[in-house]
Design a protein around this ligand. Structure first.
Ligand SMILES: [Zn+2]
Length: 482
C-alpha cells in the first residue's frame, strides 16, 4: 500500500466536539461525498454525494408532481437589461454576480451567470401568460447557480457554484399566492424532518434578511451541533413587483387586464452539508435511512469451506430485502473488519453480518450505524426487524437533533443576557423592532449574529426591542449562522 493510500484510509483524526470545521471536512473527503476542486471557490460532488442529491430530487419531484408543478429549464445567461429591470433585486444581487462578455458582434450587452432565475424566467412568463386560464402557472427548474461571494470553499455549505431547485409560480390573487408560498415552505419542512431527520424552526425573515425584491421571505432554519444556524430552504412571496417590471399581466374573468402575484422558492445542495454536520460522528458519516444511497450492507463472513453457502445466504437476504437499497460485499481482498470500517465511514444505516455459525443458528447479526448497537436477530424475523430498525434510526437522529435545538433556546428581554447567549452559541428568542438599522447594529455588536426568523402567528407583543428599546412588534430567533 502506498503512503498516499495509507493516509487516505485512516479514520477521522479529530473529534467533532474539538474541531468541528476540520472534522466536517474530513468526514466529507473520507466518505467520498465531495472533493476540493482546482478551480478556486468551487467543489466537486463525487458519485456518492451526488447519489444523495438524486435521492432528494427523486423525493421532491414526486412532491412537485402532486402539487402540479412542472419541471423546465432556462438558460444560465441573463442579459444585463433583464437583470436590472427590478431595481431592488438587481441591487441585492449585484455584489455576487459574475458577468461575462458577449462575444456576438451584433450585441455588446454583458451577460450575468444566473445567481437566481427570476428575471430570465419572467421575461418568458410575460409572453406565455395571456388570460386567467393560464394561471396558476407553476414551474420548477433543477440547475446550477453562480454567486461570486467566497474565495475559500466550505464543502456543500459555501461555494461559488452550487446546485439547487427553484420554483417560480404565478397566481391571480394575493390570497392564493400567500397560501402557496407557505405551502411550499411546509413541503420544505416535511422534506427536512421526515426525510433528512433535520428539525427546523419556521418563520419569516426580517426586512434586512428577506430576498431582494420580495414582499416577504419565509424560511426554515436548522440548528447545527456547534451552535450555528443553517438556512435549509426559503419561499418568497414576490408580490407584484416583478410582474410590473416584466410586464406580466392577464385578462381576468371580468375581461380587464390585471397584474398577477408571484412566488419563488428554493433549496440547495447545502442540505447535504446540514445532514453531515447534524448527524455524523467521530467514526464518519451517519446518513438518515431515507436518503442513504446504500441502506443496508450485507457482509458475508467468508471461510474457504463454507464460502459458497455463506454467499448464497447473503444473496437470499438481498432478495428478501429488495425494497431497500442493499449491497452485498463479497470482495475477498478485504477483511470483514476493513469492510466494517468502510461502511461506518460511509454512514450506511444498517450492517448485516452473516457467517457459517449464524446460518446454523438461523440468525443474523445486525449493527446500527447511529448507536453502534449489535443485535442478534432470528432469520425469520429479519424483514420486520429491518423496517423497524430503519424507522427507529430516523426517529433517533431527528429526536437527538431536536433535543439539542430545544435545549439551546434562551428567551430573554435583557440585552446583557442576549449578548452572553449569542457568545455561548445559543438560539436567542427576543423581542425585536424589525428595523434594518437596528439589526445592522446588533450584527456589529455581536460580531455576526442576526435574526434568523420570526415565527408565524405571534400574539400582541407589548415589549421593547431587545436592542434599541423601541416598540417591539414581534419575537424573533437570533443567532450566528453558516
Ligand atoms: Zn430595535
Amino acid at each position: 500500500m502506498s503512503k498516499k493510500q495509507e493516509k487516505d484510509e485512516k479514520g477521522i483524526t479529530v473529534k467533532k466536539k474539538d474541531d468541528m470545521p476540520e472534522w466536517y471536512g474530513q468526514v466529507i473527503i473520507k466518505s467520498k461525498l465531495a472533493d476540493y476542486s482546482p478551480v478556486r471557490g468551487t467543489m466537486i460532488i463525487r458519485p456518492y454525494g451526488y447519489a444523495i442529491w438524486q435521492k432528494i430530487m427523486d423525493y421532491f419531484n414526486q412532491r412537485l408532481k402532486e402539487k402540479k408543478v412542472d419541471n423546465a429549464y432556462f438558460p444560465m445567461f441573463i442579459p444585463e437589461s433583464f437583470f436590472k429591470k427590478e431595481a431592488e433585486h438587481a441591487e441585492g444581487f449585484s455584489p455576487e454576480v459574475a458577468w461575462i462578455q458577449n462575444k456576438d458582434e451584433d450585441s455588446k450587452e454583458r451577460l450575468a451567470l444566473r445567481p437566481t432565475s427570476e428575471t430570465i424566467m419572467y421575461d418568458s412568463y410575460a409572453k406565455w401568460i395571456r388570460s386567467h386560464r393560464d394561471l396558476p402557472l407553476r414551474i420548477n427548474q433543477w440547475c446550477n447557480i453562480i454567486r461570486w461571494e467566497v474565495k475559500d470553499v466550505k464543502l456543500f455549505l459555501r461555494s461559488r457554484e452550487f446546485l439547487w431547485q427553484e420554483g417560480h409560480c404565478v397566481y391571480e390573487t394575493e390570497e392564493e399566492c400567500d397560501k402557496e408560498t407557505l405551502m411550499f415552505l411546509d413541503e420544505y419542512e416535511a422534506l427536512a424532518q421526515n426525510i433528512l431527520a433535520l428539525p427546523v424552526i419556521k418563520g419569516k425573515k426580517s426586512e434586512k434578511e428577506k430576498f431582494a425584491g420580495a414582499k416577504y421571505t419565509a424560511t426554515i432554519e436548522s440548528f447545527m451541533p456547534d451552535g450555528k444556524f443553517l438556512q435549509c430552504g426559503t419561499s418568497h412571496n414576490l408580490g407584484q413587483g416583478f410582474a410590473k417590471a416584466f410586464n406580466i399581466n392577464y385578462v381576468g374573468k371580468d375581461e380587464k387586464n390585471h397584474l398577477p402575484w408571484q412566488s419563488s422558492w428554493g433549496f440547495s445542495t447545502r442540505l447535504i452539508g446540514a445532514i453531515v454536520m447534524q448527524h455524523s460522528d467521530d467514526k464518519g458519516l451517519v446518513l438518515p435511512p431515507k436518503i442513504a444511497p446504500i441502506q443496508i450492507a450485507v457482509i458475508p463472513i467468508l471461510f474457504d469451506k463454507t464460502k459458497e453457502k455463506t454467499i448464497n445466504e447473503a444473496e437470499k437476504i438481498r432478495k428478501e430485502l429488495d425494497r431497500y437499497e442493499v449491497k452485498v460485499d463479497t470482495r475477498e481482498e478485504y477483511s470483514a473488519g476493513w469492510k466494517f470500517n468502510e461502511y461506518e465511514m460511509k454512514g450506511i444505516p444498517l450492517r448485516i453480518e452473516i457467517g457459517p455459525k449464524d446460518i446454523e443458528k438461523k440468525q443474523v447479526v445486525i449493527v446500527r450505524r447511529d448507536t453502534g448497537e449489535k443485535l442478534f436477530i432470528k432469520r425469520a424475523n429479519l424483514k420486520d426487524k429491518v423496517k423497524e430498525l430503519l424507522d427507529d434510526i430516523h426517529n433517533h437522529l431527528l429526536d437527538k437533533a431536536h433535543e439539542h435545538m430545544k435545549k439551546s433556546i434562551v428567551e430573554t428581554d435583557s440585552w446583557e443576557e442576549f449578548m452572553k447567549s449569542v457568545e455561548d452559541r445559543k438560539i436567542v428568542f427576543a423581542p425585536f423592532c424589525g428595523e434594518e438599522k437596528c439589526e445592522d447594529s446588533i450584527k456589529e455588536k455581536t460580531k455576526g449574529a442576526n435574526s434568523r426568523c420570526i415565527p408565524f402567528n405571534q400574539k400582541n407583543i407589548k415589549k421593547k426591542c431587545i436592542h434599541c428599546g423601541k416598540e417591539a412588534n414581534v419575537y424573533a430567533y437570533f443567532g450566528k449562522c453558516y
